[in-house]
Design a protein around this ligand. Structure first.
Ligand SMILES: [Zn+2]
Length: 255
């Protein structure tokens, strides 16, 4: 039993040879949505390109008592359709198309998330380290989900997360910015020893940490210059996109 080669070729082209679940490009094979032994046919509508990891996961049979849900055929077909739509949008993408306009709106939204004192102030001049940590956290949430809120949780703006960027090079760049901000936050927590605590509490739960942060970070210029360098990297990646769009970049860390 096998799918018709011609139809497989068409499906692989339409999905850009991506795994339809995780979008990875490596080792993608065409699999049955409903397995032949469970009555699945060789009709191309029963086919989905998947990477080996996702293939294992899709056909994994959760043991009794496990809460992980199995993939249903309907869900897999929805993933396949989403992938086909995404590839079609990428092919239409060109400056001034509606796909470009939508990407531009998202990039401007993310740029606004970086356009704040927490990305501009030298780390050793930072007035509140817990505000700094919160700003990094808010930025990660905004890049991933499109939720942009103030400290008390009021929603300022709702856009969409970075997976919705159509143009792959821009999607990669926003991914890189997000990784840098996560790295900053990890280092910040590890310098404070928070990564060794069993439970993660918001920093506000530890009022005494305020002093500890002050002593720790105002003394250690090495941490500060690393933090400055990392934030500068994130700003420069953002500015390379703003420049492509034809806009002025964000200001660097204060001279
Ligand atoms: Zn996959």
């Amino acid at each position: 039993m096998a799918f018709k080669q011609k139809e497989v070729d068409k499906l692989l082209a339409a999905t850009g040879r991506r795994c339809c679940v995780c979008a990875r490009l490596h080792g993608v094979q065409v699999h049955h949505i409903v397995l032949p032994e469970e009555g699945g046919t060789d009709d191309i509508d029963n086919a989905i390109p998947l990477c080996p990891n996702c293939h294992d996961e899709v056909h994994g049979r959760p043991g009794r008592g496990r809460t992980t849900r199995s993939y249903t055929p309907e869900e897999l077909k929805a993933h396949r359709q989403r992938t086909i739509d995404q590839v079609a949008r990428e092919q239409r993408w060109a400056p001034n198309t509606s796909e470009w306009e939508e990407d531009k709106k998202l990039i401007l939204f993310y740029a606004q998330c970086l356009d704040r004192p927490a990305f501009r102030t030298h780390f050793h001049l930072e007035l509140s380290f817990s505000d700094f940590d919160k700003a990094m956290e808010d930025t990660i949430i905004a890049l991933n989900t499109g939720y942009w809120s103030t400290r008390d949780g009021t929603l300022i703006e709702r856009a969409r997360g970075k997976v919705h960027i159509t143009h792959p090079p821009w999607r990669d760049k926003v991914d890189a910015i997000s990784s840098i901000v996560e790295e900053i936050r990890r280092r910040f927590h590890s310098e404070l020893g928070l990564d060794r605590m069993l439970i993660h509490w918001p920093l506000g739960h530890f009022p005494q940490l305020g002093d500890r942060m002050d002593r720790r970070f105002r003394r250690d210029r090495a941490v500060g210059s690393w933090m400055d360098k990392k934030r500068q990297e994130a700003i420069e990646i953002m500015n390379s996109m703003l420049e492509e769009i034809g806009l002025r970049g964000l200001p660097a860390i204060d001279e």
